[in-house]
Design a protein around this ligand. Structure first.
Ligand code: GCW
Length: 708
């Protein structure tokens, strides 16, 4: 009570001087609330390049924490904070140039020199970007209470391009976005430049994100009109001080649709010319423009195959247009057609034969799994296998298949499983991360993309905990060797509090949350049994007359009286053979295939004994039930956290957990009752009984738009 009373007094004072923002989540993890800092570093004054963004970001934060800027004058015998690049004489005196140069323009050193009361803590980099990242690192240490008086840190990013993909449409809607409308307010530009653009840039820079694609991969040609390019320029201007480069998704038919050409055939010289001129125009407007992201010949979008040309011919033509300006092409490998071939095999089939045919400013963007951002998938077999071409992973931060912004699902655990998957293609230890970050294969480009979960909602991401996924994407893109646990702990400390009584249980909840969602949605390798189109909730029975079979759940689960699962073994679709040995053999044999992926790779009889001795049917039931019980446990954890959280965020999360809990029961009942019609077996008697009727569940049709 007393603590609360005191906080109230402090809050009122601060509110009175206009410093306390409501805890609506809008400040993300960049909160510098004075009352939360139990200890501050002993800096007494600051030196360095006061005109740099890094310097002013530090001062801005310091002022919020302590009420005033760090003074620029102080005695030699006190603790100096020095922020600068090699341009500063003092930096050159304290740190050897080559040390910084080796870390590149984005790397940095934070180092305390001197002893006792005569100390200097240096934040230094060879470039302005690195300086900014160094300052955010220092602030993170301060925020999480781990800023010691003697620091020795040196960092550089693992991937060169750490990029968000916005699936934002020009009309302001966001495909698969669950946090409100697009933050890009096209209709208000150029007259009004939203202050959100700068906030967005800061947030991204603070986690090392250095690039963004502003518009949906399902792109309209309009984005390349002069009018839109002028607007893009204004956004780019806001992001540039924070070292974020702008990229655009393009529509492959733009030459025909915008330029009035007869076709958009990549080998048509007029088409090539059109793209060259367009590239010239873009760079004249946005000199540091990053390049194009392209979804072509995928889900009905146009592409080079419309003219009998290959993905390589299409990508290279665009790459040639961008090359003189230093731009790149990120060409997506998310392709599949309603053919006889197993959908999970198609990207590999199409792209492997093109390996080595792409220009060096092309990078192939590959979703983490071979199907489509499912709750759990094995890694795409292109990773590790396609060695003559640069590949970049694409992760989905927005929770299209994980309960939108209603479910608390911390994704760093999923991404770590993916990045650390051993492809075995270049011997043991050739993980996805090491085969894409430049360690095992040398290509001029390394990159990683995340589909953004950002919108106009006050808290940016819909669910307060969904912010952790944006944060985690940036942190892993910077350093994929960080653990999911470390990232969660940082994020909690910065976003809520460093109080251990809060951090410990909340971190555990986050770390369990992905497996929990997998369990109540689609355990044991099940996939794509979602409701039609919007993908919220279960619909394993879904059958739309005339629909593409590979858009329907029965294609994936194949439930019958004999068993369940997709046979991708050598006697089935043979997708296992796309993996390198010995992994292909591990996956091929149900006895060695991990339980988590069993029904991804095999059609298994209901009575099949699992590794723990239960039958498959019983195990399925226990998994679904376990998922439900976990969400209930999350509710209990969260309710205990009330004393540590402001009431606005507390109640918001509490109500979302209620929805998640109800949804988990819905998932369990729907899937177990439906699959029971095939297995004919009882649901083990010690688990919770269904509370719904299957026929009632089948009638549920949510009126959710497909958000595009
Ligand atoms: O998962 C599917 C989504 C589509 C998306 C597509 C893609 C942008 O359901 O909404 O389109 O993937 O990644 O291209």
């Amino acid at each position: 009570m007393q603590k609360k009373g005191l906080l109230l007094v402090i809050s009122l004072c601060l509110a009175a001087i206009g410093q306390l923002n409501a805890e609506d989540g809008s400040r993300l993890w960049l909160r510098f609330q004075p009352q939360e800092f139990r200890s501050l570093p002993s800096f007494t004054h600051i030196r360095g390049d006061a005109s740099s963004v890094a310097y002013s970001e530090f001062q801005h934060a310091w002022q919020e924490i302590s009420g005033s800027c760090l003074p620029e004058r102080g005695r030699e015998t006190e603790h100096t904070l020095l922020i600068g690049t090699l341009k500063e004489r003092q930096i050159r005196r304290l740190i050897k140039g080559h040390e910084l140069q080796e870390l590149g323009r984005e790397g940095y050193i934070i180092r305390t020199t001197g002893e006792g009361s005569r100390r200097t803590t240096v934040v230094a980099s060879a470039g302005e970007a690195g300086l900014l990242y160094g300052v955010y690192h220092l602030l993170r240490l301060i925020q999480t209470g781990s800023c010691h008086d003697s620091l020795a840190i040196s960092e550089q990013p693992r991937y060169d391009i750490r990029i968000l993909n916005h699936w934002d449409n020009l009309n302001g809607t966001v495909e698969r976005g669950y946090a409100g409308h697009s933050i890009w307010q096209w209709d208000q530009l150029p007259l009004h430049i939203s202050p959100l653009y700068k906030d967005y840039a800061r947030a991204n820079a603070s986690v090392g994100i250095n690039a963004t694609v502003l518009n949906n991969v399902n792109a309209t040609p309009d984005i390349l009109t002069r009018g839109y390019l002028e607007k893009v320029r204004l956004i780019a201007n806001e992001l540039r001080p924070y070292h974020i480069r702008v990229y655009l998704s393009i529509n492959f038919s733009s030459p025909a649709e915008l330029g009035g050409l007869e076709n958009s055939d990549p080998l048509n010289p007029e088409v090539e010319q059109w793209w060259k001129r367009k590239a010239d125009e873009i760079y004249q407007i946005i000199p540091d423009f990053g390049g194009f992201l392209v979804k072509a010949n995928s889900e009905g979008l146009p592409g080079p195959q419309d003219y009998g040309r290959s993905h390589a011919e299409g990508a290279n033509m665009l790459a040639d247009a961008l090359k003189p300006h230093g731009g790149i092409v990120m060409w997506r490998a998310f392709v599949y057609n309603p053919t006889e071939e197993d959908r999970a095999k198609q990207a590999y089939s199409e792209f492997m034969s093109l390996d080595g045919q792409f220009r060096d400013n092309v990078i192939i963007q590959v979703k983490n799994g071979p199907v489509d951002f499912q709750p759990r998938e094995p890694f795409s077999p292109l990773f590790g296998a396609m060695q003559q071409t640069a590949l970049m992973p694409e992760l989905q931060i927005t929770q299209e298949y994980l309960g939108f912004s209603n479910h608390l699902v911390y994704l760093a655990t999923q991404w770590k499983e993916f990045l650390e998957s051993d492809t075995h293609c270049m011997g043991e230890g050739s993980t996805v991360a090491r085969s894409t970050d430049g360690t095992l294969l040398t290509h001029p480009l390394t990159a990683i993309a995340g589909v953004a979960n950002i919108g106009l909602d006050a808290n940016w991401s819909g669910h307060h905990f969904a912010q952790s996924n944006w944060y985690a994407f940036g942190r892993l893109a910077w350093d994929h060797t960080l653990t999911a646990e470390e990232i969660a702990e940082e994020w909690i400390g910065m976003t809520f509090t460093t109080e251990p009584a809060f951090v410990d249980p909340v971190r555990e909840m986050m770390l369990n949350s992905w497996e929990t969602a997998v369990d109540y949605m689609m355990p044991l390798g099940l996939h794509h049994i979602f409701a039609w189109d919007h993908h919220y909730g279960p619909e394993p029975w879904c059958d739309i007359p005339g629909a593409r079979p590979d858009w329907l759940p029965p294609y994936y689960h194949n439930a019958s009286e004999e068993g369940i699962g997709f046979d991708r073994s050598t006697t089935g679709s043979d997708a296992v053979s796309q993996y390198c040995a010995p992994l292909s053999e591990t996956f091929n044999n149900p006895a060695s295939c991990p339980d988590e992926l069993l029904l991804w790779f095999h059609h298994i009889p209901w009575d099949h004994p699992m590794q723990n001795g239960r039958t498959l049917w019983d195990e399925l039931c226990y998994r679904y039930d376990g998922g439900v019980q976990q969400v209930r446990a999350f509710q209990k954890v969260w309710d205990r956290m009330e004393p540590y959280v402001d009431s606005e965020r507390f109640r918001h999360v509490q109500s979302r957990l209620r929805i998640q809990s109800r949804d988990a029961v819905w998932w369990k009942d729907a899937c177990l009752l439906y699959f029971q019609t095939f297995s004919g077996k009882p649901i083990p008697y010690d688990i919770e009984r269904p509370v719904h009727e299957l026929e009632e569940l089948k009638k549920i049709k949510l009126d959710l738009k497909h958000h595009n």
